[in-house]
Every structure is written in C-alpha cells, then in structure tokens.
Ligand binder design. Structure first.
Ligand SMILES: [Zn+2]
Ligand SMILES: [Zn+2]
Length: 296
C-alpha cells in the first residue's frame, strides 16, 4: 500500500499534454484541471499537519475487524493552507469556467464571513450536508460548486494525512478489501502496473492498495460469469470493469498499453466518457463523484 508518489509540475503538465493529444475533446477540461492539480501539488510543501494518533489497542481492533484505520472526520488538516489554496482555486475557476465562475466569486467574497474556514473544512470532513445546504443558500450558489471548492482546497491536506496514517499499516499483510484501508471510501480508479498487477485508488484520500485481478471492490465477489469488461479498440489503455451482481463499475488504466505518465487524478477526469457510458448501461460508480458539472 502506498499513497500516490509526488509529481513534479513538469510531470503533471506532460500527463495533461499526452491526454490532450489522445483525446482532444478534453482540451478545456484538461487545461482547467492541470491548473488545479498544479496548485494542489505545490501547496503540499506549505502544509503543516498535526499527526493523527491512533492507539495500538484501537489499531489491533481495526485490524481484527478489517475496518479502515480512520474515519474521514478524524483527518487533520492545515486550515490556513487550505484557505490559501481555496483562493487560488477560485481564481482558476473564475478564469476558466463561466458557469462556476459566479459561484467562485461568491465564495471568495463570503470567505471569513459566511465561510469560516475551520468550520467550512470540518463540515466537509464530517459530511455535514446541512451546513453545505445552508451556506450555499446564504451565498446564493450551487451546493455542488461549494463542495467542489471545499474538497479540492482540502485535498492536499487529506492526501498528506492519509500518507501519515498509512505509516501505521506498513507491516500489515495484504488488505484484500474493496474499500480504502485508511479512510474506508471506495476506489475511484484502478491501475494495472507494468506487470499487470492491479491497484485501487481511493476516491477520497488517494491511497492506493493492491487487490486481486478479478475482484469486485464493491461486493467483493471474486469471479464468475457476472464480471464483464468493456473497452474500445481505440483506447486499449482504458477499460471499465463491471459487476452484474452489484451493478457497479470501476474504470481501469492499463499502463502496459501506454507510455504516458500516469497521474491518477488526471486519468479520472480524462475518462469521463466511460462514466457516461457505464451509467447508460445501468451501472453505478459506487461512490459519490466529487466532480463539478463543468461545462464550457
Ligand atoms: Zn481513502
Ligand atoms: Zn460487485
């Protein structure tokens, strides 16, 4: 198990360029997200986190019961860094996205007023839907836009905190579960490495962990006639695994079929056509997509 390796700005740019060449329809979306990912990675160096302590007794119980190490609400974060990043992200949104631009402007104006950073970020981690309803209404903006900004501003803290928590799990044998060993969320993406080994990527904290090749992370079945894969001849590096037992799907990037740098958050964005396709076929992603309704 390990968190995603750190990526340099050159690598993120190269990943975006490569995907743009492959899938020109994603041009605007890739330009937008490249900027978001760059400011997120850059902000990691400014984050000061208080480590989350988990006692050995609690760890033993979690291990025995196959429970994730922490709950999302246990995660620590750097409120000041997240606040700084929020301003950068709102700036990017305003210059790239007409639809969400007004919401981003309202969020910036509401900062330290309707949006008290500590409460705001805590509410996201606690999944306090009522807070987001109330704050979005007070700012007269869409709740999804508010949640998008909150999650993306907090994401570097979340990833670093997950990395710290993962330190507790280092000596453990294989997790072999479909949910994240650190935070308990379901994967948003799977990646096959050069040897064909499969790793899942948490949709929330981006921790990765190895699993069997034929294994549904959502219902944990390991084979049978209800597993299918669909992919297109033009995109041999991408596929969707579906499970007819639980009607869930998971996108997979096969690194053996491509030379490009794989930056998982970018891969998730540049494969939204597969989400649409899977949903049209009646499958569900099994997680809440923390993605904006970006439209040009
Ligand atoms: Zn996680
Ligand atoms: Zn399943």
């Amino acid at each position: 198990m390990n968190t995603s390796p750190a990526f340099s700005s050159e690598q993120i740019h190269a990943a975006a360029q490569a995907l743009h060449r492959l899938r020109p329809a994603y041009k605007e979306l890739l330009q937008f997200y490249e900027k978001i990912f760059l400011v997120q990675e850059a902000s990691k160096s400014r984050i000061d986190l208080k480590p989350v302590q988990i006692t050995s007794e609690l760890r033993a119980i979690k291990r025995r019961e196959k429970l994730p190490l922490a709950d999302v609400s246990d995660f620590s974060f750097d409120s000041q860094s997240a606040r700084d990043l929020l301003l950068e992200i709102c700036d990017i949104i305003q210059s790239h996205n007409r639809e969400m631009g007004d919401a981003a402007g309202a969020i910036v104006r509401g900062l330290d007023q309707e949006i008290e950073p500590l409460v705001f970020f805590n509410s996201l981690l606690k999944g306090d839907d009522a807070y987001f309803d109330k704050t979005a209404a007070a700012l007269k903006i869409d709740k999804n836009a508010l949640a998008f900004v909150a999650y993306n501003s907090l994401k570097p803290s979340v990833a670093l905190c997950a990395e710290q928590l993962l330190g507790y799990l280092k000596e453990l044998p294989g997790w072999e579960k479909g949910y994240c060993p650190v935070c308990g969320n379901f994967p948003g993406l799977a990646v096959l490495d050069q040897d064909g080994r499969r790793r899942l990527h948490c949709s929330f904290c981006w921790t990765t962990w190895p699993v069997k090749r034929v294994f549904c992370p959502f219902c944990e079945k390991t084979g049978g006639k209800n597993f299918h894969t669909f992919y297109s001849e033009q995109e041999k590096d991408l596929r969707v695994d579906v499970c007819d037992d639980c009607k869930k799907y998971l996108k997979t990037v096969d690194t053996r079929a491509t030379e490009r740098i794989i930056y998982p958050p970018m891969e998730q964005i540049a494969s939204l056509h597969l989400d649409i396709n899977a949903r049209q076929k009646g499958y569900d992603s099994g997680m809440e997509l923390v993605l904006p309704e970006v439209s040009e």
